[in-house]
Design a protein around this ligand. Structure first.
Ligand SMILES: Nc1ncnc2c1ncn2[C@@H]1O[C@H](COP(=O)(O)OP(=O)(O)OP(=O)(O)O)[C@@H](O)[C@H]1O
Ligand SMILES: [Mg+2]
Length: 272
């Protein structure tokens, strides 16, 4: 199956042309200087991410997914090219890191309120919101626990609450469910979809899982390595809400197979 052409309407039913870009990534490259010499993490990557779009970045380990996400968040500077954020810019951005990086000496509630502290806003004004978020993500009653008292899935839920506390327009997630068991991962995929449907934030989601990418996304961007570059963009044409059962449908299998073939093709090319 060839990558689906960009259709006139998105899975959310809105005309694509009506949605302006939230992020413009233009010929972005990244070279890291290390003790062993220069490492080209990303060659040249260009893509516009639309407002309210859910996009996944899929690719092998080391292809530059985290690097790209960190550059969008201005945690890392591109060596070449440019990234433009529209709307509230960096102020409207929430980040879920590859590891949950909760602070062990703070309670779960105070971890969720951490970005508010960083921005020198008043945590008290956000307390109710934090409690609401924790309840939405099944953490009611755990607000005064320390992170080490939570399971892996609960820690990731807390990390997502923290990314959402200041109502970001743009949600960047770096393999948030990578370390979780399959059942918890399914559950969180469904919760994340529901949150996205309610709030329509622009979301960039990094994953190694083809199934997760197809289930959640409007578009799946496949990145290959050496150097990191976009090798395919697949539009996922499924209405929402999507039930986990769609994963058994032939159309879902076709999407998955296509992505698997693209990844395998580039993996094989890399090894010759
Ligand atoms: N701070 C750094 N200094 C030097 N090289 C780095 C640095 N960060 C990343 N790299 C290199 O850049 C490349 C891309 O790394 P990156 O972490 O973006 O990959 P990734 O796609 O997120 O991988 P994974 O799926 O394993 O998380 C790798 O070759 C990595 O070794
Ligand atoms: Mg990474």
């Amino acid at each position: 199956m060839a990558p689906a052409a960009l259709s006139k309407t998105s899975a959310s039913g809105e005309p694509e042309t009506a949605r302006s870009p939230a992020i413009e990534i233009d010929a972005v490259g990244k070279i890291y200087e290390s003790s062993d010499g220069a490492v080209t993490a990303l060659g040249s990557v260009s893509i516009d991410i639309r407002e309210g779009e859910f996009i996944s970045l899929l690719g092998p380990s080391g292809c530059g997914k985290t690097t790209l996400l960190r550059m969008i968040a201005d945690l890392e500077k591109p060596t070449s090219g440019s990234i433009r954020l529209h709307g509230r810019g960096l102020d409207g951005l929430g980040f879920v890191f590859q590891r949950d990086v909760l602070v062990n000496w703070r309670t779960v509630l105070d971890n969720v309120l951490l970005p508010i502290d960083f921005k020198n806003k008043k945590p008290k004004a956000y307390r109710d919101k934090a409690m609401q978020l924790l309840a939405t993500f099944g953490l009611k009653g755990f607000e005064n626990k320390r992170p080490w008292e939570l399971s892996g899935g609960m820690r990731q839920r807390a990390a997502i609450c923290r990314a959402l506390i200041d109502d970001p327009q743009l949600l960047l997630m770096d393999e948030p469910f990578g370390a979780l068991d399959a059942l918890t991962r399914d559950e969180l995929n469904v919760e994340l979809q529901a949150l996205w449907q309610r709030t329509r934030k622009t979301a960039v989601f990094v994953t190694h899982s083809i199934t997760e990418a197809v289930f959640l996304s409007d578009r799946v961007v496949v990145i290959s390595d050496k150097p990191g570059r976009i090798v395919d963009i697949l539009e996922i044409d499924y209405p929402r809400p999507r039930s986990l059962n769609i994963r058994e449908e032939p159309k879902f299998s076709r999407y998955s197979r296509h992505l698997r073939e693209v990844l395998d093709r580039h993996d094989a090319a890399r090894k010759v």
